[in-house]
Design a protein around this ligand. Sequence first.
Ligand code: FEO
Length: 403
Amino acid sequence: MYCTRKINKDLIWIGANDRRLALFENIYPIPNGVSYNSYLLLDSKTVIFDCVDKAVSGIFFENIAYALKGKSPDYLVVHHMEPDHAAAMEGLISKYPNIKIICNAKSLAMIKQFFGFDIDSRAQLVKEGDTLCTGRHTLTFFMAPMVHWPEVMVTYDAQDKILFSADAFGSFGTLDGALFADEVEFEKDHMDEARRYYTNIVGKYGPQVQALLKKAESIDIRAICPLHGFVWRKDIATFMGQYKKWSAYTPEEQGVLIVCASIYGNTENAAEVLACKLSEIGVKVTIRDVSATHFSYLLSDAFRYSHIVFASLTYNMGLFTNMETFVHDIVAHNLQNRTVSYIQNGSWAPVSAKLIAEQLGKLKDIQTLGEVITIKSSLKEKQLLDLETLARAIAEDIKTKRG
Ligand code: FEO
């Protein structure tokens, strides 16, 4: 049965939720599922903004048929060709062969890569600043390359002042009956997943996100309709503020993330002792075990906190696999502007700090704080002072940065 929600008198959400997918992009756990948002504009000409993933295409087609009362849509606007939004396009074309496809030249090339249907006779190409009048509404198209793929574009509806923002401003998690961010306790219940979505999906492309934010600042936006997660009609500036921080690699909080790789618990013990010493002097701290927490959560935490302590064993003269994955991930996502410290362990040749530092050397504005604390197999009483000294140095650094 169809399941839609009205955004305003002309605009309807016709997307779908997926609670069965374990791994988004076959890599990121989504315990709360994900929504694939598609929108239908009802005007003299009708417009569908993006499709959905193949897994939920059944309900998507039911939603279209219901919302259009059996009529055919005039246009499909393609903001992004990743299959979580574009896979149902082929089915849409076969149901509505007369639909026109509004896309840019890069999307056109990708449509030909993904599908075999005749696109040339249906495509209407747009570029930066082009407009489409549908009756009461005029749509303006803005290119947003690399937010998250090269062909991404967004659309602004000047009539209702709505930005269709593609992957930007999205979140993991199903909608569960709500549609607007102000219908849920977003900060409390959804911000962590919005951060994990941003950092893992588009975190690498900070400058490109900033370019989009700059364009967004030049227009009057009353609502944002992303391709995943909630629609924003209140507190837009607050959420944009988060995007400004994340895309500039500015820490959200002055606090410490201790990322720990430990096999028999000795490195973890040192991490625990440091965490206690930090907490005792009023520093916010969180410990994550690389073997217990998926790296997508670790990356999200790394974007959140100002200071990262790598507490890592040495494994076969190299890095422990899960720690290596985490380090690779923060380098791959271009994390910048962090202060890092090291605790390394090894029963015969502790080298993890050196190996991690070599990787972090590829990143901008990474400052190292304190001496490397080296453990040979287990923490010794006399090393408690070293941990105390590191905790105090971090606390002092945070105090200075808070100003
Ligand atoms: Fe939600 Fe980049 O696709």
